[in-house]
Design a protein around this ligand. Structure first.
Ligand code: SF4
Length: 408
């Protein structure tokens, strides 16, 4: 078993009562079965408080106003106070850390929805780097299995698929850090790279069988990832790519219309954050209805110039989404969809920052962290909203490759 931990995770410390937007506010926290049973067994006055503070039908904490019923007036958790860290439910104990499981690989990272974690993520000097180790006894067993020929075709397929996806993710990270080209072009290259890789992967699956190619056809996928990576990271690749996408990037009116449509799409999501639909409505009105194309583009150019001073922060944000989503294609075979979701997320946060810049004239780290954190609460903390977006990104013509090139 291989383990990976995002290097920035070590720098996270919860700021507790100092937190400007505590995680206990704004949404119902689900309770895992084990903690729920422990809460039901709790006796005395606190046991009674637990009973009345839990929504037993949905197995989550009730809200008092907008906050968890157990958040006290000093901003601390009463469950922690009464029962200690062990008494907290799994979600509260782990948050904002989360672990992704890819079979023989587990990755731990931070969630962007916590404001302190968001600050750590955007300031990350390691730029999305990982610490990695492998359990010695497992590796030995794998080597022995390999030598004796016992490793199954399926296990071998899973390993190769993961390696191909890791190569894809490394290439995306390299493209996103390529400062010789604009941030928009880097996002465009990341999309095009995943689009091209997906086509090759689909072809290999068709030729070799189903199951995302885990059983067969994988030699070709790994090789395709390697060859495409070389092509996209070659010395003159960025220049050639810039010429290819120039016609899309000149369509200013198209960009504004599409961005407005992306924004409006999010209005219909489950409102995890109080007032999300109002915020989106306000942005649509002020950015796309009250402004003409020239005015909007003028504001956008001004903002883009200011955003250059936060180059690393924007890169880190894009790297966060890539690191969080791309390996998920191991399960559903849709790496292009993951790249689209990453780019869409960055663009939605950037547009929120543009809106704030238009209002307050500031394009600083504070605005970026706040926009990123709120987007993440609304989208990443809701499976329903994530599924909604994933479906739209696949079927909605707004998210064709050309359409997305016009926006980034
Ligand atoms: S949101 Fe983050 S910093 Fe704030 S209370 Fe929760 S874990 Fe701590």
């Amino acid at each position: 078993m291989k383990y990976r931990v995002a290097q920035c995770l070590d720098r996270f410390v919860c700021v507790g009562a100092e937190c400007e937007d505590t995680c206990c506010k704004g949404w119902r926290i689900g309770i895992d079965r084990e903690s729920y049973e422990a809460y039901r067994k709790e006796k005395g006055a606190f046991g009674r408080r637990l009973f009345w503070g839990i929504d037993h039908k949905n197995r989550c904490f009730k809200l008092k106003g907008r906050a968890c019923a157990f958040l006290n007036s000093q901003g601390f958790c009463d469950i922690y106070k009464e029962m200690g860290r062990e008494g907290m439910c799994r979600e509260c104990r782990d948050y904002p850390r989360h672990v992704e499981d890819y079979g023989n690989l587990k990755e731990a990272m931070l969630c962007l929805s916590c404001p302190e974690a968001a600050r750590v993520i955007v300031r990350d000097e390691s730029q999305g780097a990982w610490r990695e180790w492998e359990r010695e006894e497992r590796r030995k067993r794998r080597e022995e299995d390999g030598q004796s020929g016992e490793i199954s075709e399926r296990q071998e397929g899973s390993r190769e698929l993961l390696e191909a996806l890791e190569e894809v993710r490394d290439t995306l990270s390299a493209l996103l850090r390529k400062r010789s080209v604009s941030f928009g072009q880097r996002l465009a290259m990341a999309l095009a790279f995943c689009h091209d890789f997906q086509r090759r992967w689909n072809m290999a699956c068709e030729a070799g069988g189903r199951d995302n190619g885990k059983k067969s056809g994988l030699g070709g996928v790994r090789e395709a990832a390697r060859q495409l990576s070389e092509r996209y990271l070659a010395e003159k690749a960025a220049e050639r790519f810039a010429r290819r996408i120039l016609p899309f990037r000149r369509q200013e009116a198209e960009r504004m219309i599409r961005m407005g449509a992306w924004m409006r799409l999010t209005e219909g999501m489950e409102p995890v954050l109080a007032g999300w639909d109002k915020i989106v409505g306000q942005m649509c009105r002020e950015l796309y209805h009250e402004k003409g194309i020239k005015e909007y583009e003028g504001l956008r150019r001004e903002f883009e110039e200011k955003a250059v001073s936060l180059e690393r922060e924007w890169e880190n944000l894009a790297l966060y989404f890539v690191n969080t989503y791309v390996l998920g294609a191991f399960y559903d075979g849709d790496v292009y969809g993951k790249a689209k979701l990453a780019v869409f997320s960055v663009m939605m946060i950037r547009e929120r920052c543009l809106f704030l810049y238009g209002r307050e004239g500031k394009a600083d780290e504070r605005a970026l962290v706040k926009a990123a954190c709120r987007y993440s609460r609304q989208v990443e903390n809701s499976d329903q909203n994530l599924e909604f977006l994933e479906k739209e990104l696949v079927k909605n013509h707004l998210f064709s490759l050309k359409g997305m090139m016009a926006v980034v």
